[in-house]
Design a protein around this ligand. Structure first.
Ligand code: ADP
Ligand code: MG
Length: 145
């Protein structure tokens, strides 16, 4: 089941993230897929806001810190694997343990390590169109019987 929408500004992408947050199960692994500057972190801000876990201004890119944690119920993890090259480096983060928690886990650049991801996951692909417009596609994987 795929859903596609378009946004025309950073604010619209944050708003889209807020709406998406309400469609997420309380426990979910969400891949944010797209080039640098596509809007992955921006969408994460909206999702974190929509879940009531933090204000968008408090959400920054975990490019260097690798994992940020927000809120309590639900807890949101925001992970960026951009700087990691090898699956064994990723394995040291203990993702399996995080996936087992009752939490929403947002991952940028996670598609580079498919073997480390649960089959049941949500893939959100963001593509920069012209200037400030973005095409956002949401795909629920592995959850259909
Ligand atoms: P990523 O995490 O994918 O590298 P960011 O979310 O950090 O991307 O950055 C997206 C950049 O694109 C920001 O500078 C933002 O202001 C800009 N931008 C322009 N239009 C949009 C849009 N429609 N949605 C999201 N970001 C947009
Ligand atoms: Mg980012």
């Amino acid at each position: 089941m795929a859903e596609i929408f378009h946004t025309k500004s950073e604010e619209e992408t944050i708003a889209a993230g807020e709406r998406l947050a309400h469609a997420l199960p309380s426990r979910a692994v969400v891949l944010l897929i797209g080039n640098l500057g596509a809007g992955k972190t921006t969408l994460a801000k909206g999702i974190v806001k929509g879940l009531g876990a933090a204000d968008p201004d408090e959400v920054s890119s975990p490019t260097f810190t690798l994992i940020h944690e927000y809120g309590t119920k639900p807890k949101v993890y925001h992970i960026d694997l951009y700087r990691l090259e090898h699956a064994r480096e990723v394995q040291t983060l203990g993702l399996d343990e995080i996936f087992d928690r009752n939490a929403v886990v947002l991952i940028e650049w996670g598609e580079r390590f498919p073997q480390l991801l649960p089959a049941e996951r949500i893939e959100i692909s963001i593509e920069a169109m012209e200037e400030d417009s973005r095409r956002i596609e949401v795909l629920f994987r592995g959850s259909q019987p």
